[in-house]
Ligand binder design. Sequence first.
Ligand SMILES: [Zn+2]
Length: 530
Amino acid sequence: MACVAFSNYQAIGAPSTGIEPVAYRLGGGRSILLSYEGNGERILAVQVLDLGDQNSLSRSGEILPTPTNGVLLPMLLIMRVHDTMRNQLVELELREPGKVSIYACGPTVYDVPHLGHARTALTYDILKRYLEWQGYETNLVSNITDIDDKIINRSAAEGISESELAATYTSIYIEQLREFGVKDPDARPHATEYVDQMIKIIEKLVTNGVAYEIPESGIYFDVSKFETYGALVQRTADDLRESAQARISSDEQKNDPLDFALWKAAKPGEPTWESPWGPGRPGWHIECVAMSLDLLGDNFDIHGGGSDLTFPHHENERAESEAAGHTFARHWMHSGMLNVSGEKMSKSLGNFQTLGDAMSRYGARPLRLAMLQAHYRSLMELSDETMAGASGGIERIDAFYRRMQGSGITAGNASKEVRDRFSQAMDTDLGTPDALSVIFETITAGNSAIDNQDLPVASSSLAAVTELLEVLGLSQIEDSFDAEIDELLLNREKAREEKNFAEADRIRNELQSKGIEIEDTANGPLWRRI
Ligand SMILES: [Zn+2]
């Protein structure tokens, strides 16, 4: 049973009659009501609600553990995610009530980020933003792999050092992800800073008899000693061995084609670190084990990454950590891959797969919206059509704000019904496509409310849209172009008041040449991009 710590939340009274109900305020403006049986041993109903509302979601009759000193109480409306290890939707079961620790594999920094990196980072950014909105404390760690074969090869080709190459692409990655609206993780460890911790884990694996040395090659993990190898991908080691055999070159001296390097012996010209097995460098998988366990501790909540990392990277991480005596991640989440389709699109954009190119062509928000309109686990096709739809969506959002502003409407209280529908979508495996539908339906309702002069509904829609867009990182950004348009509109209004219609028309034409159409309404002029 998942629990949440209520110690930091404020009890807000007992709104229903009968058996000692207590309500607590959670994040995101929601509350939880717990109704106890007389002796306090059974909780009869849990409702997530706003005070006074008796028609909220409820799951009655659940028998739940007795609260401990009123501090730890069960929380029922909790997020379900697809757990790769169990291959099904499961409720998040947290290590520590109210706190979510997440490790998401970051990039190997040998080139500029492509759209796949952006999609992976976006997935964990959304997960973190949503959980925080729900009142959870989150700790997201996302690493930088700054030593790897690809970095060594690329730096040799460019004639610069590995660290120089990695530093360059690390700053580009960080800068572009920020521009894409992905918040910085709580920690961004670099693999090369954790070599000591990696060596300690490898020593443990050698002591435990699950690793062996191949002279002049390195230290290898012995997969035959790890009983559940393959479980993360619902395969057996025999299955996996068959497919691995084909890829293995005959000169390998490994005991088993599935065995993998923990420590690679030094080769001429490569960066090396001292170790009990001589100079060398760590294998890739051990890097993430050392960083995640060091920063999040054993038994952390969620390990994530792109689905291409599930096997072998994540399975090998699991094997290494558990065989070294650690309890590894409680849940595994994987985000889907991304294809850029459409002949015209690829031709016109050339290097379109890079995040930088895509953002300069379409803008960060339309790109972000396009990605969130696909479920994070789906194989996403990014096409001209998808991008046209997303750009239209962002324009709809911004037009909504301009209209609200033009009508003098300010944000009131976000409707509970809208928030609940949004939460239900997100609680179901981070359902951003459904969550976005809730936002766009609210925009439609807000626009109709202005048409009908229903100011309370308009003001409540504005509040809900603003709050929920922020959760998805899609908030309207005031850009200088908008400010310029606003100023021209103001000048046009002035000209009209002074009956200087020639000047008013001139401004209208100037706006048209900038791709802006004006509509004069009872509440003043509105503009939209054409
Ligand atoms: Zn990793």
